[in-house]
Design a protein around this ligand. Structure first.
Ligand SMILES: Nc1ncnc2c1ncn2[C@@H]1O[C@H](COP(=O)(O)OP(=O)(O)OP(=O)(O)O)[C@@H](O)[C@H]1O
Ligand SMILES: [Mg+2]
Length: 273
């Protein structure tokens, strides 16, 4: 790397995660996806000594108390723990949706806890995908149009965006549901559309908060298996926060978050896997 030129302006050979074209510039020449420099060595995501306090004085809640965490590309982490333990707070902090009270958050080596909202939003768009408990699909749009939202928002060319959305829906077994609106889909189908949307731009990091909480166990397992398989194939770092202990076997590691402290899952729980 040339030290005098900002990393984003330098040429980094990479493969566009949307259309697969060889790319070196700030935008893919094939589909126009904006590109941030590819990950070098080191974790995709790193949290160090994160404290998060909601409220002040007598009403203060210490949701995170010195949490450190790192996730590598291609690695699937499940974080479980009791209600109120700080899981959603940790995931929001990882997703640059919440600024920590103290501590550092870096994505692909770039410190972002004090970065501008504009920069945090750009990294979020181009490096991260989210899956939520409530699906959060747009009711007026079809399944395919929901998957197109991030692609078009990022400026991906219409045809390449449509190809990408259709390919993901096909891989998730939803090709025959592409023209249906969320109201006409089952819970499991809705969450698979949400997975396709989260993976649309080929994120380095996928964050999921209780993705199976509104699904029966079969649909929950299926959607999580598909998320894990597709994310591994594109080498995303995946963090799934869940009460659902049945998801543990899909993970490369299981962590336990309780009272704002993150630790490896107790050995007894590991044996359950
Ligand atoms: N916006 C907020 N304002 C004040 N306190 C909050 C806020 N959000 C969360 N908390 C508190 O912070 C603590 C951690 O909450 P968090 O939502 O991170 O837990 P969780 O592990 O995700 O719980 P659950 O499993 O129920 O989703 C809880 O005591 C919660 O009441
Ligand atoms: Mg939560």
């Amino acid at each position: 790397m040339h030290p005098a030129i900002p990393a984003e302006k330098q040429e980094h050979p990479m493969r566009c995660p949307v259309c697969g074209a060889e790319a070196t510039a700030a935008r893919c020449g094939g589909c126009n996806r904006p590109l941030l420099p590819p990950l070098q060595d080191g974790p995709a995501l790193r949290l160090e000594d994160i404290e998060h306090t909601y409220g002040t004085g007598a009403a203060a809640v210490h949701a995170l108390r010195g949490t450190s965490f790192a996730a590598a590309r291609g690695e699937i982490t499940v974080i479980s723990g009791p209600s109120g333990g700080g899981k959603s707070t940790a995931l929001l902090t990882m997703g640059l949706l919440l600024r920590p009270t103290s501590g550092t958050v870096s994505v692909a080596g770039e410190p972002l806890h004090e970065a501008s909202e504009k920069r945090r939003a750009r990294v979020r768009l181009l490096r991260m995908g989210f899956v939520f408990q409530q699906f959060n699909l747009l009711a007026a749009l079809t399944a395919e149009e929901n998957v197109l939202v991030p692609l078009r928002y990022a400026g991906v060319a219409a045809e390449a965006a449509r190809d990408r959305a259709r390919d993901l829906l096909r891989r998730l077994g939803l090709e025959r549901r592409a023209v249906h609106r969320p109201a006409d889909l089952s819970g499991g189908e809705k969450q698979r559309v949400a997975v396709a949307r989260a993976l649309a731009l080929g994120p380095d990091i996928v964050l999921a908060d209780e993705p199976t909480a509104n699904l029966d166990s079969r649909a929950g397992r299926q959607v999580t298996e598909q998320l894990a398989e597709l994310a591994r194939a594109q080498r995303s770092a995946v963090v799934v926060v869940t009460h659902d202990t049945r998801l543990a076997p899909l993970a490369d590691r299981v962590l336990h978050l309780e009272d704002g402290r993150l630790n490896p899952a107790p050995a007894g729980r590991e044996e359950d896997r």
